[in-house]
Design a protein around this ligand. Sequence first.
Ligand code: MN
Length: 248
Amino acid sequence: MARPCIGMSVSSEPPDPARALFRNKTLQYLEQGMILAVARAGGLPLLLPDLKDEALAPRVLGQCDGLLLSGGSDIAPVTYGEEPRREDWAGDRPRDLYELALLHAALARAMPVLGVCRGMQLINVAFGGTLWQDLAAEVQGALPHRDQDLYDTLAHEIRIDRESVLGRILGASSRTVNSVHHQGVRELAPGLRATARAPDGIIEAVEATEQKSFLLGVQWHPEWGEDGASDAVLGAFVAACVERRERR
Ligand code: MN
């Protein structure tokens, strides 16, 4: 069977004089784990560059069967109508604009979308929701959702709504997932529902209330998981992309 083409958004890194290579250049890149996980799940990964032109987003997505919004830098508070409450929480506005254009183009084409970490938060913001700028500082009683030393080995439980797309994919009402984020969904956007939460109530998964096409966001990193739940999420996304490819 032909592999569906999965368009993946990329990260940007500004010029950095401390870097050995390309020190005064902006980089666009994606962490390898995500790329290989999509290939393992049966997709053909295609990195979508930020062309700094929102009008080109629909074109660059043109040959894809699905969109994966990857993890990375913070969403800029201005993107959901707030000022950053700390200077270092200003976020990555250029990336927001690039990924919002991709997401709108994908939704207009009823293309399956999976948002991972930042990608889940971007889906919420695109639909009109807001974020906590920093969970540890702003949510009393929040569990640790990020630890620079533990990084991808930090984990917590999630409780899953069995009557949801995610619940059907995972076939369980709880899981342990990795947790590497310091922002989180504050106001859930209209048109979305929370289908998994951490024990402290923080939203760990969202999906469209009306699934016109596959639209799922997860706060954890399925590409780093070793528990089978992770591959199930990527597998379901790739399966939705196969289906769309066959309908085209
Ligand atoms: Mn978490």
